[in-house]
Design a protein. Structure first.
Length: 329
């Protein structure tokens, strides 16, 4: 989850040497500042001689220039509204038929840019959508990724009651869906964060492939994956001590920082950088892992004592804690 160049084919090409000579001539005749390559030039006249002083332009940032925020205010990112009925128009190009459909959707990305097609976002609040399936019969949804098959029983209900979890669609737990009208069934929200084997496979392929069955009704659909910059604790975090970092450019060195939580003057909390504890070099499929050192893990996991400060981990410039601060004693 990257530049456009316009070439006028009707203009004749000048030899490279001729163009360099022409630019040098213009600089000498006009005696003005000129730019050639990546530097800037300033000219001055001394008697009958023109002296041109050149200085190099500052280096441009690269994909590897990822920095930690020195501090940030704690706050929750607003969940993006997702409506399966609105997504249905995108899935069917405005012409829904009687054929069953299945998809997952994360709606609008956190950047505020509306997706031009239905996508599921890694780490984002998502929903399961069904169309054309009976509203009173169980549905079975299957995901195949990383050589593993994950099956989720789906139960239509009058009103959603169950709380969805990170591993839904992959943990085998039943999922509720409610009738949203027009033949559309929609689940509750859950953070789309598959377990390690499936997470890597889906990131490499760039798609989540779903199959839904209920009696004679069957549907299969591949939903494109959106990977915005983010991080989260992996499954079984307390044992693995792993933080998953995703969405940064391939090859980027993404730092992980330890932050201390302090109260601000407005009654809120602010995270202040204590130190950098490591980095993740992003692979080609833009999903990497970082194992938190044991000493740092003890600091993050420990509840603050009387008058002490809590700590958390954050990645690059996310502006939010990746780990949940421990409750005070």
């Amino acid at each position: 989850m990257r530049g456009n160049e316009t070439v006028n084919k009707h203009l004749p090409r000048r030899p490279a040497g001729a163009m360099t000579g022409l630019m040098t001539g213009l600089c000498l005749v006009l005696v003005t500042g000129c730019t050639t390559g990546g530097g800037t030039s300033a000219a001055r006249v001394t008697g009958r001689t023109v002296v041109v002083a050149t200085r190099s332009a500052p280096p441009r940032p690269t994909a590897r220039d990822v920095l930690l925020a020195q501090q940030f205010d704690l706050g929750m990112a607003a969940a993006s509204p997702v409506d399966c009925r609105e997504d249905l128009d995108r899935v069917t190009k405005g012409r829904p038929s009687g054929h069953p459909l299945v998809w997952t959707s994360s709606g609008t990305s956190y950047s505020g840019t509306a997706a031009d097609e239905v996508r599921v976002g890694l780490g984002e609040d998502s929903v399961l959508c069904l169309y054309g399936f009976p509203g009173n019969k169980p549905v079975v949804v299957t995901v195949t990724a990383g050589g593993q098959t994950y099956t989720t029983p789906v139960k239509p209900v009058a009103s959603l009651e169950a709380v969805q979890a990170d591993g839904d669609l992959f943990n085998g737990q039943p999922m509720e869906v409610e009738d949203r009208g027009g033949g559309v069934l929609q689940s509750g929200y859950w953070p789309f964060f598959p377990p390690a084997p499936a997470r890597g496979a889906i990131a490499r392929s760039g798609r989540l492939t779903l199959t839904a069955r209920s009696g004679d009704a069957r549907a299969t659909n591949g939903v494109p994956l959106r990977v915005d910059e983010g991080a989260a604790t992996a499954e079984d975090w307390e044992r693995s001590r792993k933080v998953v970092v995703y969405g940064f450019p391939s090859g980027a060195r993404v730092p992980v920082g330890l932050y201390r939580l302090v109260a601000d003057q407005e009654g809120g909390e602010r995270a202040v950088l204590v130190r950098r504890v490591g980095e993740v070099v992003m692979p080609g499929y833009r999903v990497g892992e970082f194992t938190v050192p044991q000493d740092v893990f003890r600091v993050v996991g420990a509840a603050p004592g009387q008058g002490g400060d809590a700590h958390c981990l954050s990645v690059a410039q996310l502006g939010e804690c990746v780990t949940q601060p421990a409750e005070p004693d």
